[in-house]
Design a protein. Sequence first.
Length: 332
Amino acid sequence: MRVRSSRGERTSEGRRKFRVALLSIFSNACLVLLKLVVGVVTGSLSVISEAVHSGIDLLAALIAAVAVRRASHPPDSGHLFGHGKFENVSGVVEALLIFAAAGYIVVESLQRLMEGSSFSHLESGLAVMAVSAAVNTMVSARLFRVAKETDSIALEADALHLRTDVYTSVGVFVAIGVILLTDWLVEDPVANMRFHALDPLVALGVAVMIMRAAYGLTRRSFGGLVDRPLPEEEDRVIREILGRHDAGFVEFHELRHRKAGSERHIDLHLVVARGTKVGDVHALCDSIEEEIGRALPRAKVLIHVEPCSEDCPSCRAREACECGRDLLKPEA
């Protein structure tokens, strides 16, 4: 089996992922505090729901930080295939947290629609939503970039949390802006309060968006835990690479692949001409593994070599084999 990156490279990449996870933790902690204070002061459910959402983002960032730190550790006696699946576990847990937050927001929104809610200091709510959207846009962009470069599902999940928060913050900003500019509030003299259906409706929209994000995240993260095969396009890349080397072997079979965190594990059986020299087979396998490694980063390739059944007439590699060359010699 051929490992594509050295321990030093893994450690460096792990530190980079951990640093950007810490950035997410810091930004989310600040936004949770800011949104919660403004939400309580203004009485806006949509702002409070955003505080809950950011609270889930904070917890997700903490989980992601632990996951990427753990996943960067090299294989050991307890984890012979490495620690990549810690990132998949992180993604599943984060998705479940999103569903829980969405459920809370739905319940609170329906209650506000039926009972009404009071408002004050709308300017503060407007300001905090603008700050939230700006901060999360910058941090999520950084997370997405590092996640793409390191193929980290934990960081991608964290970035998805924040990007969803950007969209919902913009929605809440628009809702509060409409209420503030138009003073479109309903007076309830009995309850002595002012309320507007737009606020809880926007909160419901927040819940729908984050549930949709959670569903997609759950599918991708759980797929790694149950060893779902690599995507079709990556399977096609592997087969195309094997096809470019088919003059050196008879055929291949039992091609299998899976992904654990950012690592791809690929193995196959390669049938070679029975008379092929060990050195030539080794060079062929090295060439295949290196080409797959260049096309699919962090790929660990294991090739099991088998001798052919000496069915020379149908063998594409017979010219590299003494048996095949003997068959091709013209009869005296």
